[in-house]
Design a protein around this ligand. Structure first.
Ligand SMILES: Cc1cc2nc3c(=O)[nH]c(=O)nc-3n(C[C@H](O)[C@H](O)[C@H](O)COP(=O)(O)OP(=O)(O)OC[C@H]3O[C@@H](n4cnc5c(N)ncnc54)[C@H](O)[C@@H]3O)c2cc1C
Length: 593
């Protein structure tokens, strides 16, 4: 039995029923995206990741990446070979433009692949993930020359990329960064400063590392308005494309961490390193904001991926481990723990939240694709708004759930879950970083109430709520009792979220502390209700297929059951959060620490 099996049937169900891969393939630029071919790619890449990356997950956790005296970083045994095969297979290139050697597939397909890559080995997946982010930045804002020099080899994965934002005094407050960039006579720049926590800042997987570094040019305005973005390659690139001199930068140490041990988290020192300005000076933060949707979606997917991986392990353990006799079981032998209702509750809670998260992440990705490609500007704008609204939910709720789901998997294992040997504890430790990086979840919640809720004076959120209300009304009136039950619970949750939203719109502007104090419970409410909405749509689709005699009846019946469980037992938690949203900041501000 492989350690991780790509959940292809579940993924395909979402791609066909919650989002619409078929319709996406009709958009300009995606004509070559035949859905059947795409499912073939997913199957093949899923096999690759579970065979090549998954077996290295534990190796990476125990061996860690290591830095030698000379500053070189060695990844755990097997990583170099697996990465080489990843590059040779062309997986890195799938979503990028054909003119740079990419496959031109939708972001939705990349996200589905990423789900499997991250589930197989999160620490490994971060190298391609960071490279993707750097490619995205160069595609949008790099000059033609910069794109030609760097993109072809980053798109294949031969060169990797990093994002260098954080400094000791500049974490959530990126505007506090002090790394300096001074112009040189030849039009390039010299970068000096120290960056911390740089993922894959140094390693042995690729020939070159293309660092994207945020720095300040002379006389830059203070704060985020004075940040510029530079390409600072580990090796300078000669005119003929070959690698030249080593640049004046080094990895001075790597961190010992709670999880993702195979991923080198580097302190990087830049000492007059040659840099190339991307776009215009002082526009770096604007560029980063544009990149954020993709990067935050990818990190949200980490919650889904680790949840799925831990779920598969928990189900396996629960069917093997025997303890106690389940009610109604014949005397004489212990029952597998999967027969105990409380264990079943844990497993079904995991399954329901994982399925909800998958729907959310794929809808988020599809929205980015439609926003970028749809010929009707009204449709494109509406989908951009939806992607903007969903992004903090996917990142914030998704990564919080990643921690909760992996914790549940530990619980299913009992004492063995706490023992490293079973490997389930690693998923929990690995999952813990995701609510912290790429903007902490506190920052996501502030983004939700401070930027996203006020979009179109609350109009974007109103449209979103109207969509949820319409699904609730449709299902509440359904003749099929499961759908009617789901519809009723969705209607209640929608009412609670609408009330909380109205309160925030009325009180958040009057006193920003009202919004800031409410932000985290509000973001969680949004996540829970969105999950309920998307599972309701999934149940309706499964029920339709069942009625029409299409598909695997057992699989479809479980889809309806999972959605009903979520609606009846998890969705009501949304209303329970409303008092925390509308309480105001009084207690929080009066508390003495
Ligand atoms: C393993 C790892 C990998 C990383 N990879 C990278 C990378 O590749 N590149 C990179 O540039 N960075 C990277 N980071 C840095 C990461 O993005 C930061 O740690 C993160 O942004 C938080 O910054 P901080 O650690 O300074 O925490 P702080 O900003 O000090 O936050 C501490 C707490 O205060 C809260 N807080 C802070 N400000 C506010 C506010 N205004 N309102 C409300 N609450 C607030 C936060 O939500 C958090 O709970 C990585 C970090 C780690 C640990």
């Amino acid at each position: 039995m492989p350690e991780y099996e790509a959940p292809l049937a579940d993924m395909r169900f979402v791609l066909e029923n919650v989002v619409d891969l078929q319709a996406l393939a009709q958009l300009p630029g995606f004509e070559h995206v035949d859905p059947e071919t795409t499912y073939g790619i997913l199957e093949e890449s899923g096999r690759f990741f579970s065979q090549e990356f998954a077996p290295l997950n534990r190796v990476g956790d125990t061996q860690h990446s290591r830095r030698g005296e000379d500053g070189a970083v060695t990844t755990p045994a097997g990583f170099v070979g697996a990465y080489r095969r990843y590059v040779d297979a062309g997986w890195q290139a799938v979503p990028f433009p054909p003119e740079y050697g990419g496959g031109g597939f939708p972001w939705l397909v990349a996200i589905a692949m990423q789900e499997m890559m991250t589930a197989s080995n999160m620490a490994f997946s971060l190298c391609p993930l960071l490279t993707q982010g750097a490619i995205d930045m160069l595609l949008h804002y790099g000059s033609e020359e910069q794109r030609e020099v760097y993109l072809p080899r980053m798109v294949t994965g031969e060169w990797t990329g990093t994002m260098n934002l954080t400094e000791p005094q500049a974490g959530s407050d990126v505007g506090a960064l002090t790394t300096r960039a001074v112009p040189a006579d030849d039009g390039t720049w010299r970068i000096t400063g120290q960056k911390i926590f740089i993922t894959y800042g140094e390693h042995d997987l690729a020939d070159n590392i293309v660092h994207l570094v945020l720095a300040r040019v002379p006389d830059a305005p203070p704060g985020t308005k004075g940040i510029s973005c530079f390409i600072v390659p580990k090796f300078l690139v000669n005119d003929d494309g070959s690698l030249g001199e080593r640049n004046a930068l080094e990895c001075v140490s790597i961190e010992r961490k709670m999880g993702i041990n195979a991923s080198p988290t580097c302190v990087m020192a830049y000492d007059g390193a040659v840099g190339y300005l991307i776009g215009e000076a002082n526009q770096g933060m604007r560029y980063m904001f544009k990149m954020m949707n993709n990067a935050r979606l990818s990190v949200g997917v980490e919650g889904l991926s680790l949840g799925e991986r831990a779920y598969q392990q928990a189900v396996r353990y629960a069917t093997e481990r025997r303890q106690g006799r389940a009610v109604g079981a014949p005397p004489g032998a212990d029952s597998p723990i999967v027969e105990h209702p409380d264990v079943r509750r844990m497993l079904l809670t995991m399954r329901a939240q994982i399925e909800a998260l998958r729907c959310l992440a794929y809808l988020n990705a599809e929205s980015l694709d439609i926003a970028g490609r749809h010929p009707d500007p009204a449709v494109a704008t509406a989908r951009q708004e939806l992607a903007d609204l969903l992004t903090p939910i996917t990142k914030g709720w998704g990564t919080d759930l990643g921690v909760e789901l992996t914790s549940l998997a530990v619980q299913v294992h009992g004492g063995m879950g706490y023992i490293e040997e079973t490997g389930v504890a690693q998923h929990y430790r690995d999952a813990r970083i995701a609510p912290i990086y790429e903007g902490t979840n506190g920052i996501q919640a502030m983004d939700m109430v401070g930027r996203k809720l006020p979009m179109r004076a609350g109009g974007v959120m109103a449209d979103y709520l109207a969509g949820i209300e319409a699904t609730a009304a449709e299902l509440s009136g359904a003749a099929e009792p499961d759908l009617a039950t789901i519809g009723k619970h969705l209607a209640d949750a929608h009412a609670a979220l609408r009330q909380a939203t109205d309160w925030l719109l009325a009180n958040g502007l009057a006193d920003p502390n009202n919004a800031l104090a409410a932000a985290s419970p509000y973001l969680r409410m949004c996540g829970i209700v969105t999950g309920g909405w998307l599972l309701a749509r999934s149940a309706a689709a499964a029920q339709r297929a069942l009625a029409e005699g299409r598909g695997d009846a057992g699989f479809l019946t479980q889809k309806v059951l999972t959605a009903r469980f979520y609606a009846e037992q998890l969705l009501p938690q949304a209303a329970g959060l409303a008092p925390a949203v509308t309480a105001g900041p009084g207690d929080l501000l009066a508390a003495v620490f």
